[in-house]
Design a protein around this ligand. Structure first.
Ligand code: AHM
Ligand code: MG
Length: 341
């Protein structure tokens, strides 16, 4: 049997051998992975764990919180606040930033997360996940503010997600490609199961919520119409469609076999740039996709170059197989119209 490489060993080698990450970042990623393990166990309990259903509250985005959204958020905060590697955290489930309490040492990193993405799928036993993004705290002033988080995705120093599906898999980048680690429940550790993840540049699979079709921009409508026309249309090939309504699950499939994922701006709420959040959904996923050879755009700009102005900012998302993402961006340019973000 070939030698198994644990996440711990992988990270130590990234630090010591390759000099790719500082020790504090290694610690941070270990702690995030430990928290994900714990969330995985909570998710797996299902109806046995008294954690299904709504919590009876709403988050800052006006979305109903599920009990597991809140549990996952608490697990991530409790695991990360005391280690000395973080200055502050921000989450989809919290309005403001969470500064590491004074009783603990403050570190140099900022952690953002969507504690349980795809939470409409919790109660129906479909894959969900935790998404995270790590930034360095600007060192030009003491303390930490919300403004410190407002950095473009290109500044991320680590990003990833953990998918809770038939297997629990942690997917990570520190800017040196994408690696996947499968949770070995018997050993209790994440084991490296795929390195150098690559997304094919072309695809025959698209992922979009078709029920929003009548609200789309003409560029998106044209792209999907052409896919649907199949081999008789301008694309000359048949396309398949998948929509899981868990971004982690849709992106995981795309990292595994290619495809294009879109949650574009639409006319339902024209003042919102999109549904998905820039800082803790689109940026970490966009970086993973790019690191695997794909592309991530909002239709007019690389997502990682979008300068955030708010913690919970939303963005139009088109990411996955490079040639398809470029085609959609080209349709936007040709139709001489810009998506709203
Ligand atoms: P959430 O963070 O509240 O779970 O919302 C984000 C999710 C994504 O995972 C998914 O791609 C999208 O919302 C699904 O939206 P819809 O139900 O409109 O298809
Ligand atoms: Mg989410």
């Amino acid at each position: 049997m070939s030698k198994r490489i644990s996440l711990t060993r992988y990270l130590v080698e990234q630090q010591r051998v390759d000099g790719l990450i500082p020790g504090q970042l290694r610690l941070l990623l270990e702690v995030v992975a430990r928290a994900c393990k714990r969330i995985s166990f909570e998710v797996n309990k299902g109806a046995l764990g008294d954690a299904m259903g709504s919590a009876g509250s709403e988050n800052v985005q006006g979305e109903v919180q599920k009990k597991l959204d809140i549990i996952a958020n608490e697990v991530l905060i409790e695991a990360n606040e005391w280690g000395g590697h973080l200055a502050a955290m921000a989450s989809e489930e919290m309005e403001g930033i969470y500064i590491v309490p004074n009783r603990y040492p403050q570190g140099e990193y900022l952690l953002m997360f969507d504690p349980l993405d795809g939470s409409s799928n919790i109660d129906v036993n479909v894959s969900i996940g935790t998404i995270f993004s790590v930034l360095e705290k600007p060192q030009d002033h003491p303390g930490v503010t919300e403004g410190d988080f407002l950095q473009a995705g290109a500044k991320q120093v680590a990003a990833g997600y953990c998918i809770f599906g038939p297997q629990t898999t942690l997917v990570l980048t520190v800017g040196d490609g994408v690696s996947m680690f499968t949770l070995d429940r018997e050993q209790g550790s994440f084991v490296l199961t795929q390195e150098n993840v690559r997304i094919p540049e072309d695809t025959k699979e698209f992922s979009i919520n078709m029920s929003n079709m009548r609200h789309w921009d003409p560029a998106i409508k044209r792209y999907i119409d052409e896919c649907l026309a199949g081999e008789d249309g301008p694309r000359g090939k048949n396309f398949n469609m998948r929509w899981i309504a868990s971004m982690v699950a849709d992106i995981h499939r795309i990292l595994s076999r290619g495809g294009i994922f879109m949650y574009p701006w639409d006319k339902r709420e024209p003042n919102k740039p999109g549904k998905l959040r820039l800082m803790y959904e689109a940026n970490p996923m966009g970086w993973l996709i790019e690191q695997a050879g794909g592309a991530a755009s909002n239709g007019k700009q690389r997502i990682l170059d979008v300068q955030p102005t708010q913690l919970h900012e939303r963005v139009s998302v088109i990411m996955g197989s490079k040639n398809e993402v470029e085609r959609v961006a080209q349709y936007y340019a040709e139709l001489n119209e810009q998506p709203s973000a």
